[in-house]
Ligand binder design. Structure first.
Ligand code: 13P
Length: 269
């Protein structure tokens, strides 16, 4: 079993043996005061059993990390603190950037790497994404690597080729002990922020492609351990059908995670 710090007494999925992970990607939303209110309200809405069912990570903007770290620590909240990005160098002349060691020092445990918005708007290349995965592991954190095809690639039946090349280029350098600790978020680009989610069949297919690339690179032992999230227009009404899929272990939620009510309902679904 891929190692998960288990001070929260998480229960693995009895079917797969894998720990579930539901993550909130706030993107560029909520200032630090709004962030505190949001997390306090989420805590109020969740029941103790919700935290044993799934690991929950919250990925706010960088400016919210320190206040949320203090809140989570002081109130012993059972959330993982996450980041949305990091630089691949530990320090240096990179104006405006934040490094992985800086995040780790602030108790960040999970870092999203290679989100399609970073690839599209900030020109993140496969090489940069590979370097960031290495940087996240070097700081003892867990990368959540985003992969997924565009609408054009889907229409041209390029989904499998696209996912395969993204996974291979980001991760093929990893030793198996690190590969099995990765979290992969399957986020079809056409489903992000559109209100049109993938259907469960497509999500399961995407997850199977990812597992087969892992099996080719490191064998089925590692492929069975890696955790795969689905992301793209997840909401309280469709969350359960993704969580029931054999090869989906969690969700990466954007818009619906900004509202504590709807994020709590997604976790409870
Ligand atoms: P939405 O849930 O808003 O579609 O965003 C998904 C996403 O990009 C999460 O990383």
């Amino acid at each position: 079993m891929a190692k998960v710090r288990n001070e929260f007494e998480l229960k693995p999925n009895p079917k797969s043996g894998r720990y579930r992970l539901i993550s909130a990607n706030w993107k560029m939303n909520l200032n630090h005061l709004e962030a505190i209110r949001n997390v306090q309200k989420l805590t109020f809405l969740l029941r103790p059993a919700d935290y044993s069912y799934t690991e929950i990570s919250i990925h706010p903007p960088f400016t919210d990390l320190r206040p949320l770290q203090l809140l989570i620590d002081s109130d012993r909240m059972r959330f993982r603190l996450g980041a949305q990005n990091c630089h691949f160098e530990p320090s240096g002349a990179y104006t405006g950037e934040i490094s992985a060691p800086m995040l780790a020092k602030m108790s960040v445990s999970h870092v999203i790497v290679g989100h399609s918005e970073r690839r599209k708007y900030f020109g993140e290349s496969d090489d940069m994404i590979r370097a960031k995965v290495g940087a996240v592991f070097a700081s003892q954190m867990t990368p959540i690597i985003c992969v997924g095809e565009s609408l054009e690639e889907r229409e041209e039946a390029q989904t499998e080729a696209r996912i395969r090349s993204q996974v291979e280029s980001a991760l093929s350098f990893l030793a198996p002990e690190l590969a099995e600790r990765c979290v992969i978020a399957y986020e079809p680009i056409w489903a992000i922020g559109t209100g049109v989610s993938a259907n469960p069949t497509d999500a399961q297919k995407g997850a199977l492609i990812i597992r087969s690339v892992f099996a080719d690179l490191w064998g089925t032992g590692v492929a069975d351990k890696v955790r795969i999230q689905y992301g793209g227009s997840v909401n309280p009404s469709n969350a359960a059908e993704f969580m029931q899929l054999d090869d989906i272990d969690g969700l990466l939620v954007g818009g619906a995670a900004l509202d504590p009510d709807s994020f709590a309902r997604i976790i409870q679904a």
